[in-house]
Design a protein around this ligand. Sequence first.
Ligand SMILES: NCc1[nH]cc(CCC(=O)O)c1CC(=O)O
Length: 308
Amino acid sequence: MQPTPSATPPSIVIATRESQLALWQARHVQQRLRARGHEVGLLGMTTRGDQILDRTLSKVGGKGLFVKELEVALEEGRADIAVHSLKDVPMELPEGFVLGCVMEREDPRDAFVSPRHASLDAVPPGGVIGTSSLRRQVLLQALRPDLRIEPLRGNVNTRLRKLDEGQYDAIVLAAAGLKRLGMHERIRALFSPEQMLPAAGQGALGIEVRAGREDLLRALAPLAHQATWLAVAAERAVSRAMGGSCSMPLAAHGRWHGQELELHAAWGDLEGRLPLARAQGQARVETLAQAEALGLQVAERLRAAGAA
Ligand SMILES: NCc1[nH]cc(CCC(=O)O)c1CC(=O)O
C-alpha cells in the first residue's frame, strides 16, 4: 500500500550562514514552517564569503562565496533548504538547484547611517562615506561627486562598529538588514529609489532547494509572496542579461502599480565615472516569463543608454 501523501509534513533542516542577519532570516523561515506543522532544525555554517573580510568581495569571486557551502550541504543531504538574502544569490543557480520560494520583501531601500549627519546632503565636502558595493559607490558619487567613498566590508554589526570607531562620516547599507535586526533607530535617512536605486532582489528572501524535491516545494509554497517573486524575477533578469556578476555596478528595482510592474535600472561604468546609464520599462506582469521579458527589455534599453 502507498503511504498517504503528505499525511505528515516533512521535517526540514535549514542550512544557514551564522551572521546575525543570516540567523535571523533562517529563524524567520523556521518559525513560518513550524507554524504549518513542520519540524525544523538549523545547520549553521561559515562560508568563504564570511572568512574573507580584508578584500572587496567583487575582487575575490563575488557573491557566490556566500552560497556555495550551503549548496554543498544540500547536495550531501545534511540540509534540505538554504535561506538567502536574494541580493546575494547568483543570477544562475548551479545545475540541480532551484529557487523554491521568494518571500515578501522587506523595505528595499538603502539607508544612510551616521552619528554626525542627518542625511547625505548634510555631509560637508570631502566627507568620507563607507560602502561595500559598486552600485552604491557609483550612485553616491553621482549624488555627491565631492565626497570620498571608501570600502567597507563585514556583516552589519561590523560595519556599524567601524562607523562608530570614527573611520567614516557615514555609511550606506540596506534598510532591510537593519530593520530585521531591530536596529532601525540607527537609520538617519532613507534614500528614495529615485535617489539611489536598489540592487536586484534587495530586501527579499529566497529559499534554495535541490531540483526535484517536490515535497519541499509543496512545504514552501504557502510562504511564497507572488508580487515579490515577479518583481525580483524581473530585476534579476536585468542583472542576468547584463552579465550576472556582482562586480557590476548595476541597480534594478521594480514597483507595482496594480497589475503593472514599473522596472527601473541603472548602470555606472566600472571606474565609477559619470554619467550613469538609466533605463526603465513598464508592463502588465502575471507570470515569471512576463517578468523576465520585461527585465530583458529594460536591459536592452540600458545598453542602448550606454551601459557596457
Ligand atoms: N551584501 C550583504 C547583504 N545582503 C543582504 C543584506 C541585507 C538586505 C537585503 O536583504 O537585501 C546585506 C546587507 C547590506 O547590503 O547592507
